[in-house]
Design a protein. Structure first.
Length: 363
């Protein structure tokens, strides 16, 4: 009996992601820095409808400052850790020294696995007879998960054949660390390390944010720093980086689970004679403009509109995407903290905006 050919699935409707998550463009944001100088809208896919106007308020403020949001890309690397086992800690330590003595040949092996992978460094940790090796790679315009794993697999096989006294433990050893909140990622970084900062004049703080620099700086210390410390946060002190990152990741075809380490970041706020200095530092921004998830039509359209599909040197499109993500985080973080300095403002905004969205969606 011939099975009927299933009907093709309809494409995602305009204005939604492939998973039918509502998507809107907000902005434009004005940014400058060592990667990009631009004004551009950004796409955010989210069910949390107040996020769009919140980020948009931060974007409006960015346009009141000549330099806008200054973004600085500090570092970039993708990591993969492997585990090898020995019989004693002494043997594991000897193996670790042998690995570091072979860096040139390990770099050659890495290049053979991909046109874009480069081995930047190797770090190790020894616990009893267990040797953890953390390989750090540059991966071009890809976020680099698969590229790093492919290279690590080749490196591991080579080391098991060449270094005496060790045997296979695992291709992934949780010392990377992938999609988990850890101290090592906050300290050493995984993905793009970006700081976004802005200096907002006192008059703009009063008119657009309805607060003062002193009140925002005070709240940031009490809420983001002390509150997070009391909660046991790991290398993190912010209000809601995950909200902006998830919406940005879904709209641009990123691996959404990377918001776990991506949302580890630190917000700083200072009162500078009435003006507000505000910054967001994100050491674990894992984004790419090629690779898995980037072939979807709506993702390609969004990346093109963001200027992240241009003919640039390898890696520059992904760097641009990373600084746009960091600037978007700053916009939403700034708006939320400002709202929380005023009693009742946050809940009133949520109630009003969610009711408006709900009524519109029900029609």
């Amino acid at each position: 009996m011939t099975r009927p050919t299933p009907a093709p699935k309809p494409s995602a409707p305009t204005g939604t992601s492939a998973a039918h998550v509502p998507l809107r463009w907000v902005g434009p944001l004005r940014i400058s820095g060592n990667v990009a100088v631009t004004e551009t809208e950004v796409p955010l896919a989210t069910y949390e409808s107040p996020l769009w106007p919140s980020v948009n308020r931060g974007a409006q403020i960015s346009r009141t400052v000549d330099a806008g949001i200054r973004t600085t890309l500090v570092d970039e690397r993708m990591t993969r850790s492997v585990l090898v086992e020995a019989d004693t800690a002494e043997t594991a330590y000897a193996a670790a020294r042998a690995v570091h003595d072979r860096l040139d040949e390990l770099r050659a092996i890495t290049r053979a696995t991909s046109r874009f992978a480069e081995l930047l460094a190797v770090r190790h940790e020894i616990t009893g007879p267990l040797l953890f090796l953390r390989f750090e790679f540059s991966t071009g315009d890809a976020s680099g998960h698969n590229m790093a794993t492919l290279a690590a697999d080749a490196l591991l096989g080579h080391l098991l054949a060449q270094v005496p006294g060790i045997r296979y433990g695992s291709i992934s050893a949780n010392y990377c660390t992938d999609k988990k909140a850890t101290a090592i990622n906050g300290i050493l970084g995984r993905g793009k390390n970006v700081t976004a900062e802005i200096l907002i004049p006192e008059a703009v703080v009063a008119a657009r944010l309805h607060t003062t620099a002193a009140r925002i700086a005070r709240l940031n210390v009490h809420k983001n720093l002390v509150g997070t410390l009391l909660a046991g946060g790991i290398r993190s002190a912010n209000a809601h980086y995950a909200n902006m990152l998830l919406a940005f990741y879904l709209a641009t075809g990123q691996d959404a689970a990377n918001i776990v380490e991506g949302s580890q970041g630190i917000t700083l706020a200072e009162d500078r004679d009435g003006d507000l200095y505000f910054s967001c530092t994100l050491p674990n921004l894992i984004v790419g403009t090629v690779g898995n998830g980037k072939g979807l039509d709506f993702v390609q359209e969004n990346l093109t509109a963001l200027g992240c599909r241009e003919d640039r040197p390898v890696g520059d499109n992904a760097r641009r995407l990373a600084v746009l993500a960091a600037a978007t985080v700053l916009c939403g973080e700034l708006s939320l903290l400002a709202a929380q300095t005023n009693p009742g403002e946050l809940m009133k905004a949520h109630t009003r905006l969610e009711r408006l969205t709900g009524a519109r969606d029900a029609r």
